[in-house]
Design a protein around this ligand. Structure first.
Ligand code: ARG
Length: 450
């Protein structure tokens, strides 16, 4: 990952010693009389104001301690997780609702998620509301059942009350059949679940992050990734050394670049690792099989796609789970913000980071990317350019095979591109070129059935 870094302004700091004469003078001024001069009497007597001060001080400390105790024992908010379901009526049967990445699923889920968010934010428990999501949709004759997932914070004493209020807010929401969606309020079910069950639900779905995305978005100015921020990112290692990126697309398969396998194809030489630290890795897996695209030609750029099958299933957790694959028909227009991640060189011929790096880039129109000053027609329609024509921010050597991802309107992350090639890194008019995942969506399905 190559990112131009701006120098930070340095604020001057006074050395502590420079202040010490001043401190001494202040100390002297505020010292009580009996301490300033040697006193003849062996029993110093405290003035009244000082006794009052001490008493008040002690009382204040006592008060704060009791307050804190009460706060932590009784009032402190805990996080509670819920799973539930309800029926949406009047929707003709369509098995596309079963596909988690279909347009139908995203469209209906988005409507329901917005409705839930509005209902909770307008309610009198808006302060306790943290998140609500549609996990899956189950189509039936003329209806779709939505499985939902909710997070709230509440004090332990109000726990049962909170669950009942959530239920009544949802029921009210389902009764208000505004807009295009008609729901059945009597179908509502809601139950509290444990944190680990809640995380399991999220981590089994593609492209989501179990920890709230808001905490990630607050991290600014740095390009080092947070643990669990890009849980599908893998490091492909040859004899224990990182040399390419890859993306987890199921519990058994990863997608990467074909050019990552130049010489040897023996699975025994390769390992795949996860987690933000490249060495020692957080989780490691062995390789069973490598599938290179049939039309890939060594030292050429087209069809630079490969699949890696692992020897065993990956147990998904907050830090390791799969990214969503877009439907073949999905369109990612020029100008869309996307993120590329990897352990590649920080500049062309530069150093390699230990921690995963991220860079925000933009999709570039293929015609612009193919202009004379840029790649002069080398970019095929199975490729997609991303970065900036002005340069600076780009993927680099060692990022190859890694993900270029885009968050949809529900903040679910989709794999748009696979890092493939570029002229050096971050050069003017030479943005990164990626394999366009939608072009290879059917090929992937034909090989691994997902
Ligand atoms: N081919 C390079 C690799 O093997 C990565 C190319 C990406 N270059 C770029 N400027 N975006 O790691």
């Amino acid at each position: 990952m190559c990112v131009a870094v701006m120098m930070e302004a340095v604020t001057p700091v006074f050395p502590i010693s420079a202040l010490s004469p001043m401190v001494e003078r202040i100390k002297e001024k505020f010292q009580p009389k009996w301490a300033r001069k040697p006193v003849m009497s062996s029993r110093p007597s405290f003035p009244l104001w000082m006794i009052i001060l001490i008493v008040f001080g002690v009382l204040a400390i006592l008060g704060i301690t009791i307050g804190l105790l009460v706060h932590f024992l009784a009032v402190e908010n805990k996080t509670y997780y819920y799973r539930g379901s309800f029926k949406v009526k009047g929707i003709p049967y369509n098995n596309n609702y079963e596909r988690e990445t279909s347009q139908e699923t995203n469209h209906l889920s988005h409507i329901l998620e917005n409705r839930m968010m509005n209902a909770f934010q307008k309610s009198n428990i808006y302060r306790q509301y943290i998140n609500s999501q549609v996990i899956t949709l189950i189509p039936d004759n003329n209806s779709v059942t939505a499985r939902i997932w909710l997070v709230f914070k509440a004090s332990a004493s109000k726990k049962e009350n909170t669950r009942r209020r959530i239920e009544s807010i949802l029921q009210q929401m389902l009764r208000n059949n505004t807009g295009s969606v008609t729901a059945d309020p009597n179908s509502l079910k809601l139950e509290e679940i444990s944190k680990s069950e809640a995380e399991k639900m999220i981590n089994s779905r593609c492209g989501r992050r179990a920890r709230m995305s808001a905490t990630y978005d607050r991290v600014k100015g740095g390009s080092t990734a947070q643990e669990g921020e890009w849980p599908w990112q893998a490091s492909l290692k040859k004899n224990g050394r990182h040399y390419c990126g890859a993306s987890l697309i199921s519990d058994r398969y990863l997608v990467t670049a074909a050019h990552c396998f130049q010489k040897t194809l023996n699975p025994a030489n390769y390992t795949v690792s996860f987690g933000t630290r490249v060495n020692p890795p957080y989780m490691q897996h062995y390789v069973q099989k490598i599938i290179i695209h049939e039309d890939y030609v060594r030292n050429e750029h087209h069809d630079d796609v490969a699949l890696i099958q692992l020897t065993g299933k990956v147990l998904f957790n907050n830090n390791v789970h799969r990214v969503c694959l877009p439907e073949a028909s999905q369109i990612f227009p020029a100008g869309e913000g996307v993120v590329v991640t990897g352990w590649g060189a920080l500049s062309y011929d530069g150093e390699y980071p230990v921690l995963l790096q991220k860079a925000s880039v933009k999709i570039i129109d293929t015609n612009i990317c193919n202009s004379k000053e840029a790649y002069n027609g080398l970019v095929k329609d199975t490729m997609i350019c991303a970065g900036y024509m002005a340069g600076n921010i780009d993927a680099c050597q060692g990022d190859s095979g890694g993900p270029l991802v885009h968050p949809n309107s529900r903040n679910i992350w989709y794999l748009v591109g696979i890092v493939s090639w570029g002229n050096e890194c971050g050069k003017i008019n030479k943005p990164g070129v990626y394999m366009r995942v939608t072009s290879y969506r059917k090929w992937i399905a034909s090989k691994i059935g997902v």
